[in-house]
Design a protein around this ligand. Structure first.
Ligand SMILES: [Zn+2]
Ligand SMILES: [Zn+2]
Length: 230
């Protein structure tokens, strides 16, 4: 267990700096936390970028399962990118309350299309969950559930592990690689409309592989929800 003294020692050795104004203290200082908000992304198809709607365009719908994507910020935003890096790769969980606050402040523009949604996270492989100690997709799902007042459930599990998404180059990831990576738990009743959460959406291959098993199990709508889109 981490004592208060131990924590102070760690903070002295590895001080945190505000990702926005670089002041020492926390990963997003109090002043920035209240002012900072990335520019809202323009609505476009998450797969090909066709502008106009965050719903997957008619062309892409022919080969993907995700119906649309809502995201808080482009991954290119330097503050968001830095916060996600601290969270995912350095395990700094102080990022969580920052993102939770951000989502709350942006709730109006982030609310999912009006349907009776259930919320779930893209499952992390057990091995990775053990090494990291927390599941960021499931946390995003819990925040979304709380924010929009929708039930948070688990439907899918990961059956074999793949390399961490943000570190794999775009062209190395192909739909085929994710084939068979997920399956719906036996005896689980999959609802009609699901809000599928993750921290980052890069090519969408992982999220789409989950959407596929959910749809094969009876889901009619699978809408993506992430903090950042690459
Ligand atoms: Zn600041
Ligand atoms: Zn498209």
């Amino acid at each position: 267990m981490e004592s208060r003294l131990g924590r102070l020692a760690i903070e002295a050795l590895f001080p945190r700096f505000c990702a926005s104004c670089k002041r020492e203290g926390s990963l997003l200082c109090e002043a920035c936390e209240h002012q900072w908000m990335p520019a809202p992304p323009l609505a476009s198809c998450a797969f090909c970028g066709e502008p106009g709607s965050d719903r997957t365009c008619a062309d892409c719908r022919e080969h993907v399962y995700i119906d649309g994507l809502t995201f808080f910020s482009p991954y290119g935003n330097p503050v968001v990118r830095e916060l996600i890096g601290h969270w995912k790769y350095q395990g700094d969980r102080s990022v969580e309350s920052i993102f939770q606050g951000c989502l709350r402040r942006a709730a109006l523009r982030l609310s999912p299309p009006v349907l009776p949604f259930y919320v779930t996270g893209v499952p992390l492989h057990e091995k990775r969950l053990r090494s990291r100690g927390f599941d960021q997709a499931d946390l995003v799902a819990a925040w979304a559930g709380e924010l929009f007042g929708i039930p948070h459930e688990t439907y899918v599990r990961r059956v074999h592990s793949t390399s961490p998404q943000a570190r794999t180059s775009h062209d190395l990831r192909r739909v085929g690689e994710m084939d068979g990576a997920f399956c719906v738990y036996p005896d689980v009743q999959v609802p009609d409309h699901i809000l599928l959460c993750d921290d980052v959406f890069t090519s969408g291959t992982t999220m789409d592989a989950v959407a596929r098993v959910l749809k094969e199990a009876g889901a009619k709508t699978v809408w993506g929800f992430v903090i950042a889109k690459g």
